[in-house]
Design a binder for this molecule. Structure first.
Ligand SMILES: [Zn+2]
Length: 63
């Protein structure tokens, strides 16, 4: 079960291939090479990476 690395919510919606959205803290998650990449959607629609905020252990995707 995918968990949000930011808020640890399991309220994750799938929005595309390997792309997910956390409905609890409103960040976008994408999966690649076993890691969760996190992005915040800015007001102008661009994405900014939040990966620096998390340790790699928190971003590891375990099924
Ligand atoms: Zn979240």
């Amino acid at each position: 079960m995918l968990k949000c690395p930011n808020c640890h919510s399991k309220d994750i919606g799938k929005i595309g291939i390997n792309q997910y959205y956390c409905w609890n803290c409103f960040i976008e998650l994408s999966l690649s090479e076993g890691l969760i990449n996190t992005h915040q959607v800015e007001e102008d629609g661009t994405l900014s990476s939040l990966d620096d905020l998390f340790a790699e252990d928190d971003r590891r995707f375990l099924i």
